[in-house]
Design a protein around this ligand. Structure first.
Ligand SMILES: [Zn+2]
Length: 58
């Protein structure tokens, strides 16, 4: 299943963690929300475990 999940474009400066939304703007700070995929390069990849877990269900 594909979901059009977006992420706050300013989360790196406005929030401690990515803020996801299904709308066009961040519900917390009002910044534009952008497509969350492909994910930007992140050496820590805190969401890698989540992605791998989701992929395993295929
Ligand atoms: Zn935000």
């Amino acid at each position: 299943m594909r979901a059009d999940i977006r992420v706050c474009s300013a989360w790196a400066t406005e929030h401690d963690a990515p803020v996801y939304t299904l709308g066009g703007a961040c519900p917390e700070c009002g910044a534009d929300a952008e497509n969350s995929a492909p994910a930007p390069y992140n050496p820590e990849d805190p969401y890698g475990e989540y992605r791998r877990r989701a992929r395993r269900r295929d």
